[in-house]
Design a binder for this molecule. Structure first.
Ligand code: NAD
Length: 353
């Protein structure tokens, strides 16, 4: 049962175990389960070992996007059933976006919903996936095709976890932070680029805390007004219309943020073509993105596949590809229809950048 005082709070903590103990005490003696993946079990679970008592069970899932599947959800449901969990029990999702997405979905659907808390451990999950109530799984080769909107009781964010992230996982989250800045504020975009330049060799985690808070606040701003993604929340999909297609094209082997970074390059190009986004800024930003992430090469023979994947995007209406484009930094426009020709031109631009 959702706690009445659990106001879907997002807590940026500097004292993780203390805050966690306080929050978990709200769930009294209910049974508790921690869902985590094999990497996070080794690297992140020990960080919160202090809070784990006899009321806790641990359920480990395989890491990797291919395991964000109905098969894994069934395993979680079965474990919950076999161990007599009920609607008052608590699920804690400890991991990256894959764990918070699938754990949130399993909790939301088990006995019509048990409460859950997200403890995101990857940068991407901290600034994006664990926040905002989208839960779900991949299905039929398509990303996040099955799912429900349901808010976590709490999202607890600590930069302690980030120390064990690989550089590429770190950058994957950084792409979503860039997206937040692009849809909101040029000053924040410059702060992020400065952070990258100063932390190119070794990331200083104490310097990123404020940037994470800013990034989460931008996401919160768009969600607050549109929980169910029918209007302004769609802005958060900037970079994702192409990004999701790239993820599917590469059979989910491309990291989410890496795909989004490439999507941003394409969607900024179309912003300049269709909405007069400043061409100098386009070149500056895209050359910085190229420096940070490198660029994908999409062979001509795959253009049709990318277009066809984009046509399956669940944000489309009337079979028209709907995309978010920018008139300028912080000036997003949702529901911009894209033609096949425009999609192809953006892919050609990506290949030649
Ligand atoms: N629900 C949403 O609103 C939303 C938004 C964006 C992305 N997503 C989803 O999030 C997922 C991507 O998130 P992700 O990049 O965190 O993926 P992930 O959960 O697969 O994590 C990436 C890798 O990092 C490892 N990892 C996580 N935390 C770690 C840590 N502290 N130290 C070392 N390794 C760690 C994981 O085990 C995994 O191998 C995708 O499934 C995407 O669809 C959801």
């Amino acid at each position: 049962m959702k706690k009445e005082n659990a106001n879907n709070d997002i807590i940026h903590t500097v004292n993780l175990n203390k805050d966690l103990k306080r929050i978990i005490s709200e769930y009294d003696n209910e049974k508790k389960i921690i869902i985590t993946d094999n990497n996070c079990k080794n690297l992140c679970l020990p960080v919160i070992a202090d809070i784990i008592d006899d009321n806790f069970m641990i359920f480990e899932i395989n890491s990797g996007e291919e395991f964000k599947s109905i098969n894994t959800v069934q395993k979680i449901w079965t474990f919950l059933l076999q161990n007599n969990f009920n609607r008052h029990s608590l699920m804690i999702n400890l991991g990256g976006g894959m764990v918070t997405d699938i754990g949130g979905f399993a909790a939301s659907t088990f006995k019509r919903g048990m409460p859950f808390i997200n403890i995101p451990t990857s940068l991407l999950a901290q600034v994006d996936a664990s926040v905002g109530g989208k839960t779900g799984i991949n299905y039929g080769g398509l990303k996040n095709e099955i799912g429900v909107f349901n808010q976590a009781d709490y999202v607890i964010i600590s930069n302690t976890f980030l120390k064990t992230l690989s550089k590429s996982e770190f950058l994957s989250g950084f792409a979503e932070m860039l997206k937040h800045a692009l849809i909101c504020e040029e000053k924040h975009l410059n702060e992020l680029f400065d952070f990258f330049i100063n932390n190119y060799k070794k990331i200083n985690f104490s310097q990123i805390t404020d940037l994470i808070i800013k990034s989460v606040n931008i996401k919160k701003h768009f969600i607050k007004k549109d929980i169910f993604d029918t209007g302004i929340r769609k802005t958060l999909n900037f970079g994702h219309t192409f990004g999701h297609a790239f993820e599917s094209l590469f059979n989910l082997k491309l990291k989410h943020g890496e795909a989004v970074a490439q999507g941003i390059i394409c969607e900024l190009f179309l912003s300049a073509r269709k909405l007069n986004f400043d061409k100098n800024k386009l070149e500056q930003i895209n050359s910085m993105i190229k420096k940070i992430f490198g660029v994908l090469f999409i062979p001509d023979e795959d253009f049709e596949a990318v277009y066809s994947l984009m046509k399956h995007d669940k944000k489309n209406t009337n079979n028209v590809i709907n995309c978010v484009l920018l008139e300028g930094i912080g000036k997003p426009k949702i529901d911009q229809a894209l033609s096949k020709n425009e999609v192809y031109n953006a892919l050609k631009y990506l290949n030649n950048i």
